[in-house]
Design a binder for this molecule. Structure first.
Ligand code: PMP
Length: 353
């Protein structure tokens, strides 16, 4: 006779999903019941936020200081929003006075801002912006894909109406699920729309039911969830909770400062001048003068099996970008990156330009 199979504790999927919801509420520092994970990556959550919050013809304002504000503007435009952008040079951020001026001029229903601008390395200050959005009767949408868990953010206290992130950054889970949360004010606007959101897959009414956020007794089949990704998302949220948010923020900050000081002592320049606005998870280094940045990144990949990227969108050609987040944010990894970079600078021939 065969022995009985090994028995594991039984977790039903709805329990896994409910644990994910609590984990996201903790990570986002929110009590919003409309909190869940979209099936898809960070872009999917961005599109979910915009396509639910905006109806055709409504005014949208996006803050563009890198690629993500451009992407949000593109998405809002595709669904028929009247899009206005406020644009700053890559590497800088907006003051609250500039934001207020743009809100009063454009009177948007939605204002988009990126907390951790991974294409430029800017950590945007958030204090006071939620209150401004409330004053102008506008929803405040924040992209925290590259920052959540690595830099302080308090969704409820900071008056953020819609917040999303991805699973593959500080959480170190595989890509494919994207945590998102909607405030009561956001839900009120979304559930009193005159038109249906153009996307069936991302329609908040369906997703709310799928995730048990609508208070209805039963869940109706909407789509097949990426269940293995849900398991890993749950685990990654548990790992973050075990370390503690404050400890994680502090670790990322300390490691980033250690990295930045060492880079400067090597004679390299940091792209973001304002110290407090340097994103602890993604460091942007001014592309070293006299080198072709592509030589450096391909040498590092070939010789050290290390992926450092060039710029993205408006920062192409201007920077090298180093991502150290989640379990990768450690002094040991910084030392490894520094040694590899030193080697690359020695070996990559300087241009004769
Ligand atoms: N926003 C930011 C700030 C990001 O860094 C990224 C990914 N690099 C995205 C959005 C898009 O996320 P994804 O690639 O998971 O779609």
């Amino acid at each position: 006779m065969l022995p009985p199979p090994i028995t594991h504790p039984i977790f039903c999927m709805s329990q896994i999903m409910s644990d994910i919801k609590s984990g996201i509420q903790y990570m986002f520092q929110t009590r919003n019941s409309m909190t869940f994970a979209v099936s898809g990556t960070g872009h999917t959550a961005m599109e979910c936020a915009i396509c639910n919050a905006v109806e055709p013809g409504e005014s949208v304002l996006t803050a563009v200081n890198g690629i993500w504000g451009e992407r949000a503007a593109d998405m809002a435009d595709r669904i028929g929003g009247r899009v206005n952008t406020m644009v700053a040079a890559p590497g800088v951020f907006f003051t609250n006075a500039e934001i207020e001026q743009a809100l009063s001029k454009h009177r948007p229903v939605l204002f988009f801002l990126t907390h951790g601008e991974s294409s430029t390395g800017v950590l945007h200050p958030l204090e006071g912006i939620g209150q401004l959005c409330l004053k102008y009767n506008c929803l405040f949408l924040v992209d925290s894909v590259a920052s959540i868990g690595g830099a302080p953010l308090h969704m409820d206290r900071q008056g953020i109406d819609i917040l999303y992130t991805g699973s593959q950054k500080v959480l170190n889970a595989p890509p494919g699920t994207a945590p998102i949360s909607f405030s009561e004010r956001a839900c009120q606007k979304i559930f009193s729309r005159r038109t249906k959101p153009v996307s069936f897959c991302l329609d908040l009414s369906w997703l709310a039911n799928y995730w048990g956020c609508d208070g209805k007794p039963s869940r109706v089949y909407h789509h097949t969830g990426p269940v293995t990704a849900f398991y890993s998302l749950r685990e990654s949220l548990a790992v973050l909770a075990e370390e503690g948010l404050e400890n994680s923020w502090e670790r990322h900050q300390k490691v980033a400062e250690y990295f930045h000081t060492a880079l400067e002592s090597m004679g390299l320049k940091l792209f973001v001048k304002e110290k407090n606005a340097r994103l602890p998870t993604v460091t942007t280094i001014v592309a070293p003068h006299g080198y072709d940045w592509k030589d450096i990144t391909s040498y590092l990949m070939k010789t050290h099996n290390l992926e450092i990227s060039g710029g993205l969108g408006p920062s192409v050609g201007l920077v090298l970008r180093v991502g150290l987040m989640g379990c990768n944010s450690s002094k040991a990894n910084v030392d490894m990156v520094l040694a590899a970079l030193k080697d690359a600078l020695k070996h990559c021939h300087k241009n004769k330009m």
